[in-house]
Design a binder for this molecule. Structure first.
Ligand code: HEM
Length: 376
């Protein structure tokens, strides 16, 4: 078994991965575990993520766990490809664009909350980001269910191989995007697909890179924001005084978002590959960066296990990574979280948990699979 798989196995099924993280932390900032480097240190994680001597590919240009089904995206690219491709998508996610978009997200959130008993994940946390990113990409409503199912399968694939089911779903999604690309080619709009199609016509990216970018933009927003909202709502209901504080002061919603991202980050780990020898780390060796542990590093956050929306959170948590791959959707995700927590506080102030939660069977992506709640 690969060392990474060993670690994933050790962590999987844990409702709380932190005891495992703390055992790792006790062994030092950089440890070699079953032939694999890993770090739980905030300082070292941040340094590696920003260090140009590390990348996401091996020095021969191959990518670990490269898929034959999916075209790769800039998340899986090193400069100069990364720089070129990220630049083409970035305008759609600028703070100004996202701010203009906020009223639409508010409407979607409020409409979703008009229900009695509901599951916070299935009926609110999941459909919100799906509706938002589909809308932002200009995907018609009738196609969004297909995209949503696909997103779930992709997230599952982070932890293991690609299933038959996933192959079928990805073929459907590729066909759907092919159709949308054709439509935008014939009739361009002001959405991000149209601008990427125009860039392809100018030979700024290849057809395969275009597809990889679209898949990334779709999936990156689905499977992460749902867990920001789910993990955050659970944290608030488990800490009634902070939930009460939010209800009395809705403008602390952005602080809630930041503390949830620090305390229960949806993406728990990432990795980097050394492009040259860096200290003990040899060329082409991989370092696993445990974001979930770095975000609770006592060297930078006093009393790190305490969920406290009013804590001083400097330096910024690593939930969105750091360096050149810093999450392109961070402004959008923050806005969605802000809107979601405000909407919950305003529309369902008596929200309570109505039954046991279940956790997602994933180590990389951390969040709830089901979370039954009631309005009173
Ligand atoms: C709470 C929600 C989110 C979290 C926690 C999150 C987290 C992350 C992380 C950790 C990375 C970098 C991974 C690495 O360095 O290896 C990343 C990259 C990325 N995220 Fe997000 N993300 C979120 C929401 C979104 C949304 C809504 C979008 C919108 C489309 C998005 C788009 C992207 C893209 C395009 C990248 C690749 C950036 C690059 O490689 O340069 N993310 N995200």
């Amino acid at each position: 078994m690969m060392p990474r798989e060993m670690m994933l196995r050790e962590l999987s099924g844990h409702e709380d991965p932190h005891p495992v993280y703390e055992r790792m932390r006790a062994r030092g900032p950089l440890i070699l575990d079953g032939g694999m480097w890993l770090t739980t240190s905030y300082e070292l994680s941040n340094r590696i993520l920003r260090d140009r001597r590390f990348g996401v590919r091996y020095t021969d240009g191959t990518y670990p766990n490269a898929s034959e089904v999916f075209p790769e995206s800039f998340l899986e690219a090193d400069p100069p490809d990364h720089t070129r491709l990220r630049r083409l998508s970035a305008p759609a996610f600028s703070p100004k664009r996202i701010d203009e978009y906020r009223p639409r997200v508010e409407k979607i959130a409020e409409a979703l909350l008009d229900k009695g008993e509901f599951d916070l994940i299935a009926d609110f946390a999941a459909p919100l980001p799906i509706a938002v990113i589909s809308d932002l990409l200009g995907i018609p409503d009738e196609d969004t269910t297909e995209f949503a199912d696909y997103g779930k399968l992709v997230a599952a694939s982070f932890d293991g191989g690609v299933s038959e089911e996933m192959m079928r779903a990805s073929e459907k999604v590729l066909a759907l995007f092919t159709r949308l690309i054709e439509e935008r080619r014939a009739k361009p709009g002001d959405d991000v697909i149209s601008s990427l199609v125009a860039a392809e016509a100018e030979r700024e990216l290849t057809a395969r890179e275009l597809m990889g970018t679209l898949l990334l933009l779709l999936v990156a927003g689905f499977e992460t924001t749902v867990n920001l909202i789910g993990n955050g709502t659970k944290a608030l209901l488990d800490h009634p005084s902070q939930w009460a504080f939010l209800k009395a002061n809705p403008d602390v919603a952005p602080d809630v978002v930041e503390e949830v991202l620090r305390w229960a980050p949806p993406v728990q780990l990432t990795s980097r590959i050394a492009h040259e020898d860096v200290g003990q780390i040899g060329v082409d060796q991989e370092v696993n960066i445990i974001i979930g542990a770095a975000n609770r590093d006592p060297a930078v956050y006093p009393d790190p296990n305490r969920f406290d929306v009013m804590r001083v959170r400097k330096p910024e948590h690593l939930a969105f990574s750091s360096g050149i791959h810093y999450c392109l959707g961070a402004t959008l995700a923050r806005m969605e979280g802000d809107v979601a927590f405000r909407a919950l506080a305003k529309r369902v102030p008596d929200l309570r948990q109505a039954g046991p939660v279940t956790y997602r069977d994933s180590v990389v992506i951390r969040g709830l699979a089901t979370f039954p709640v009631s309005r009173s």
